[in-house]
Write a protein of this length. Structure first.
Length: 311
């Protein structure tokens, strides 16, 4: 039997380097910016009596924790593979994303509950100070969002940070509107309404991120990989008569992998054409599918344990 470990480097992957690793500088910049704005909002929220500012600061805290987790996980994921961990620490990014999603979920519930309390029992709010601090947060979150745009399509952790900053941007906008309402009308329940809106923006993002993490941890087929099409391409390679035990999953963001038992006639193996078949398989998948790491096992058709799929 022949074995091949093929890497689709033509698609821009570097084995052992995750998608988030390339954006760690941007993540660090956003972390510093987030911590700074968080402190400003806590002070401004206490001074103005605005729960919406404190709620947004609490969300900033989870943002900072999430980005810090992402940075730590990215450093772990960049460590080389060993005999004990053949894919290194790349899954650490997924664990960080899981913790991040849970943090967002908890903060969303707390913010929502606090906002409802402020609507039922409104407190005095200093609208002018509330407006100034909210505008500072709005600008800072806009800068953070711009920094994360290039990496949010490549890495689940970077996307998690991007969604958090986007939520903060919308939250700051809601606080700005609430402050203007308080200044213009004296309607102090607007502070609670803004807090509820922030909570409602946080919760769906938490659910979405956790769903994406679950897809990876449950080793579902990567998004964009059509296994039926992969099977058809493999069976279209000259000398291949079937394929079984075809699996595709994701180690971490940007690192999809695939394995398959490929059936070839005994005559092909006896003629020493295993190398040619493997080269054709590598070339076929590299040209059509964005899979970083492929493993093929060549074997006679008689060993197949699943119904054969013929070209």
């Amino acid at each position: 039997m022949g074995h091949s470990h093929s890497h689709g480097h033509s698609h821009g992957h570097t084995h052992g380097t995750t998608a988030a690793h390339a954006h760690r500088g941007r993540l660090a910049a956003v972390l510093g910016l987030t911590l700074t704005v968080m402190v400003v909002e806590v002070i401004g929220g206490i001074a103005s009596g605005s729960f919406a500012l404190v709620a947004d600061a609490g969300h900033m805290l989870t943002d900072a924790a999430g980005v810090a987790l992402a940075l730590g996980a990215t450093a772990l994921a960049a460590r080389p593979a060993t005999a004990e961990r053949t894919f290194g620490w790349q899954r650490a990014e997924m664990l960080a994303a899981l913790v991040n999603g849970l943090l967002i979920l908890v903060v969303g519930v707390l913010v929502l509950a606090g906002g409802v309390r402020r609507i039922v029992d409104p407190q005095e709010v200093e609208g002018g100070l509330m407006l100034v601090v909210a505008c500072v947060g709005l600008v800072a979150n806009g800068i953070g969002l711009v920094l994360l745009v290039p990496g949010q399509r490549d890495s689940l952790n970077v996307r998690g940070a991007y969604l958090e900053v986007l939520g903060d941007l919308l939250g700051s906008a809601a606080v700005v509107v609430a402050a203007l309402v308080v200044l213009a009308t004296g309607f102090e329940r607007a502070d609670g309404v803004a807090s509820v809106l922030i909570g409602l923006m946080i919760l769906p993002r938490a659910v979405g991120l956790l769903r994406q993490v679950a897809t990876v941890l449950l080793e579902a087929t990567p998004t964009g990989v059509d296994l039926a099409a992969v099977r058809a391409h493999i069976c279209g390679v000259p000398g291949v008569v079937g394929v079984h035990d075809l699996h595709a999953w994701t180690i971490t963001s940007g690192v999809p992998v695939l394995s398959a038992h490929v059936e070839v006639p005994d005559a092909v193996l006896e003629r020493g054409e295993a190398g040619r078949v493997l080269d054709d398989l590598r070339g076929c998948l590299a040209g059509h599918f964005d899979v970083d790491h492929c493993t093929f096992q060549l074997e006679p058709p008689s060993t197949g344990t699943e119904p054969h799929t013929h070209a």
